[in-house]
Design a binder for this molecule. Structure first.
Ligand SMILES: [Zn+2]
Length: 463
């Protein structure tokens, strides 16, 4: 009798020329790196080879061809909208993502991925974004202004199954304090933008924000998002290096972790510099087509913008990120992939290059997308690592990314929880990544927005 596992393997082999090896099988990856090391995996987890006699080996063996191994990358700031994007992350070596504007379908997705019934990166998610009315409000934000509304919203997210709350720039001081208190009481992590309070007349150029940056720094966020937002709030949008250094001192003293997301601003500049051509580059077919309809206006606006000012801003954010790093602010890599023209997976590789440009060594940039990120997620020793006990999430490259970060651009193989993808397997992922199930995406968005009490007009999506 053929076992169920074997039947599945045969069925898989009929569909794909290079069926991934199933995680339950023991797997020995030989010929790893210039030293020709071996990685032994059982149940999707790296096992110590110490003292084991591997011959004769009963499981499956694959040859890494001397490729360099790096822990699978963690993107700490993404927006996932559909299953195709999950393949895009894997195809680029990103094996863990933190989604930053959650809807109920993300919770279901995360469960399926965990159970192994859906192929994708480990998925962490915040709840829906909490904000108050103001210039930064967006249609998918849950609006709360009073303490009572903020508390109720955090409780509702906790009941829905979310474990982290995302706060946004225009949140009022009252709602901010209440959301923090409620999240703490419920054991939820808090992350997001520096909270500025209502943007009244004359703020920030003539007078300071209603909620000072010190309140966000004192709030012990899981991470504070965007160097750009820190500079906007902490420096009242002035590109003043002396004030920037003083702000960095405050950030260091607070012990805060920062997700710079340099690529998010840089892509605005690239679109402006190219009169929009950048938003049509190869790879944009991996962007969710439903969300792209909502971004079209924004992309067109940036395409017609004069890039001169923004170039100076980009330089400042890069400088400030380098200063934060050398001052000892822990940085994690995040890309804001899934919105604007930030391609899932590819945008994290951009971000790593920008972190190196900002002054991190390639190894330090990799740490921002592996060990440091795993620590922040409370997953150290399990994710972002390759030692015994770590989930076998490993990306293989032809050259050494610790010497040259762009080596990560061309993975030659991938392990995801012990599943082996060779070059053909990666190419299949890349093909899947461009196949968007539009009907399903619209359905998930509409029901998600409904569940959070901000019903969506399908006309917004061009439907
Ligand atoms: Zn974002």
């Amino acid at each position: 009798m053929v076992s169920r596992k074997a039947t599945a393997l045969i069925a898989g082999a009929l569909v794909l020329a290079s069926a991934p090896v199933f995680a339950q099988e023991a797997l020995l990856v030989t010929n790893v790196g210039p030293e020709g090391e071996a990685i032994y995996i059982e149940d999707g987890v790296v096992v110590d080879l110490d003292g084991r006699d591997m011959s004769p080996f009963e499981g499956k063996t694959v040859d890494a061809g001397g490729a360099y191994a790096t822990p699978g990358l963690i993107d700490m700031h993404v927006h996932v909208w559909g299953e195709a994007e999950l393949s895009a992350y894997l195809a680029h070596g990103v094996t863990t993502v933190r989604n930053m504007s959650g809807m109920p379908f993300h919770l279901a997705m995360a469960e399926q991925i965990k159970a192994g019934t859906l192929e994708g990166p480990n998925l962490f998610t915040s709840g829906p974004i909490l904000n108050s009315p103001g210039p930064n409000a967006q249609i998918n934000h849950v609006m709360v202004s009073s303490a009572e509304e903020a508390r109720a919203a955090v409780r509702a997210q906790h009941e829905a199954g979310y474990t982290r709350v995302k706060l946004y720039s225009n949140l009022t001081g009252e709602a901010f304090a209440a959301a923090l208190e409620e999240a703490r009481a419920l054991g939820m992590a808090v992350t997001g933008h520096p909270v500025e309070g209502a943007r009244e007349e004359g703020i920030p150029l003539e007078r300071d924000f209603l909620v000072p940056i010190s309140q966000t720094l004192a709030a012990h966020f899981e991470t504070i998002e965007h160097t750009e937002s820190l500079a906007f709030h902490g420096l009242r949008s002035q590109l003043d290096r002396e004030a920037g250094e003083a702000l960095v001192d405050e950030i260091v003293a607070s012990g805060s972790v920062v997700t710079p997301t340099l690529v998010a601003h840089r892509n605005l500049v690239r679109v402006a510099q190219s009169d929009g051509a950048y938003a049509l580059r190869p790879g944009v077919e991996l962007l969710n087509p439903v969300i792209q309809t909502t971004e079209a206006e924004n992309i067109a606006a940036w395409a017609s913008r004069d890039p001169a000012d923004e170039r100076a801003r980009a330089e400042f954010y890069s400088w400030m990120t380098g200063v934060m790093h050398s001052a000892g602010v822990p940085l994690v890599a995040g890309s804001d992939a899934g919105i604007f023209t930030n391609i899932p997976g590819d945008a994290l590789l951009d971000e790593l290059e920008l972190l190196v440009e900002a002054g991190l060594t390639p190894s330090e940039a990799i740490a921002a997308a592996t060990t440091t990120a795993a620590q922040v997620l409370d997953e150290d020793g399990r994710l972002g690592c390759m030692e015994a006990g770590c989930v076998a999430d490993i990306v293989f490259t032809a050259c050494d990314p610790r010497a040259y970060i762009s080596c990560l651009r061309h993975p030659v193989a991938l392990l995801r929880a012990g599943r082996w993808y060779d070059e053909a397997g990666l190419a299949t992922l890349r093909e899947q990544a461009a196949q968007h199930d539009v009907e399903r995406i619209v359905e998930d968005l509409v029901s998600g927005m409904d569940a959070q009490g901000t019903p969506l007009d399908p006309a917004m999506l061009g439907m």
